[in-house]
Structure formats: structure tokens, C-alpha cells
Ligand binder design. Structure first.
Ligand SMILES: [Zn+2]
Length: 226
């Protein structure tokens, strides 16, 4: 009983756990694809710096935006879209959804969708829950309102990383191909979080894995390969 309860608790945050419903979290390694995903933006100046790195290497990525930051800086959200990246929904205020009512979850998602639509117009129907937090029924609610949940299978642990090398190692020790990599261009606590380490690591990861023959794609492109 205790083991079952702790397994259930783990499933609320384990990104690849499927107990509370299936969500996309990558492909088999044979795909040789890597999808870089960035949560908790838009952010200033790190999102724009990141966009420059991605443009330099012609790498598409996927950004899961927090609605209240989109309201604050719609210009940065618009720039993400203008550069051709995929944009998904990461709620309006970044609450842990594990303990929220269905009505509150819907409101958080819909407010975020409106903010993104006002800033960039049409965008993907992808959704990522804050902290990967889930509860029974969350993904049914998400799908009922037309969105598709996306998790990840590699974490960069970049939200409080001591160094670039730390983030880089967390990612490189896991890359096999078919990976959805979780990184952050912003911070959920406050606008303006320092993500300079993440931005610098992204440059290094792209150089490394392109030279090894991996292909960088956004999540919609990766999902089409399923
Ligand atoms: Zn987040």
C-alpha cells in the first residue's frame, strides 16, 4: 500500500510516467532527432539571446510560455513566433496542477492561450504542465479543450545550476536520439531570471550533436514521426 502510494506520488512528477495518461515525451533512439524545449519564458534578455543562438545554427525549438509573461512582453513572444519556433501553453501563472480543480485548470490554460493568441496569433495546441505535475484526469481536461500534453525525457536541471558544465553533463549523459530536452529560458518565480548559462550550453549542445549527425527538430515535427 505504501509502495503503491509512493509510486503514485512519483508518477505526478516523473516526466515519462504514464500512470495518469499518456503524453508525448520523445521517440525511440533510432530517430536520431533531438527536440530542444524551453519553459517559463518569455524572458528578457535571455529569450532573445537564445533566439540568436538558434538562428545562427538554423535550429528550430519549442517554447512553452507562461501567459502572464506573454502579457508583460508580447513583443518577445512575437519574436519567437517570427523566427519560426513552435509555441506551446504552460499555463497563465504556473501553478502546480496536481491539487487544482478542473475549473481552475481550464481557466489557467485558457488564459494562457488567449495571451499567446493576442501576442502571436495562431500557435500549436501543445501543453506542458508546470513542473510536469499531474493528477488523474488532467490530460483528459487538457484534451477536452483541444490541447495535447507534452512531457520530456531529458532534464537539464538548469533552473538553479551551479555551472554551465553541470547543465551540459545532465543533458549529454542522457542523449541517445529521440530526446525531448527540458531547459528554461525564463523562471516561474519572477520575470528576468538569469538564464545565461542555459543559453551558452545550448550553443555547445547544438555544435556537438550536429557534428555527430543528430537532427534538431521542434515538437510538432517530432510528433509527425510517431
Ligand atoms: Zn515551468
Amino acid at each position: 500500500m505504501a509502495a503503491a502510494a509512493s509510486a503514485a506520488a512519483y508518477q505526478t512528477v516523473s516526466p515519462t510516467g504514464q500512470l495518469y495518461g499518456k503524453a508525448f515525451c520523445g521517440l525511440p533512439p533510432e530517430s536520431r532527432q533531438i527536440a530542444l524545449t524551453f519553459d517559463d519564458g518569455p524572458n528578457d534578455p535571455h529569450t532573445l539571446n537564445l533566439l540568436d543562438i538558434l538562428s545562427k545554427h538554423s535550429v528550430p525549438a519549442t517554447f512553452f510560455l507562461i501567459g502572464r509573461y506573454v502579457r508583460q512582453r508580447p513583443d518577445i513572444a512575437a519574436e519567437i513566433s517570427k523566427r519560426g519556433h513552435a509555441i506551446g501553453n504552460h499555463t497563465f501563472t504556473h501553478p502546480l496542477l496536481t491539487f487544482q480543480s478542473g475549473a481552475h485548470i481550464r481557466a489557467e490554460i485558457q488564459q494562457c492561450s488567449s495571451a499567446i493568441t493576442d501576442a502571436v496569433g495562431q500557435h500549436t495546441n501543445l501543453f506542458r504542465p508546470p513542473w510536469g505535475g499531474r493528477r488523474p484526469g488532467l490530460f483528459s481536461i487538457v484534451r477536452e479543450i483541444g490541447l495535447e500534453p507534452v512531457m520530456w525525457n531529458i532534464t537539464g536541471y538548469d533552473w538553479n545550476a551551479p555551472s554551465m558544465a553541470f547543465i551540459e553533463k545532465k543533458v549529454t549523459r542522457e542523449v541517445r536520439g529521440g530526446n525531448v530536452v527540458l531547459l528554461h529560458d525564463g523562471g516561474h518565480v519572477a520575470f528576468g531570471a538569469d538564464r545565461s548559462k542555459t543559453v551558452a550550453v545550448v550553443n555547445r549542445l547544438i555544435v556537438k550533436y550536429k557534428s555527430e549527425g543528430f537532427e534538431f527538430v521542434d515538437i510538432p515535427a517530432m510528433m509527425r514521426r510517431m
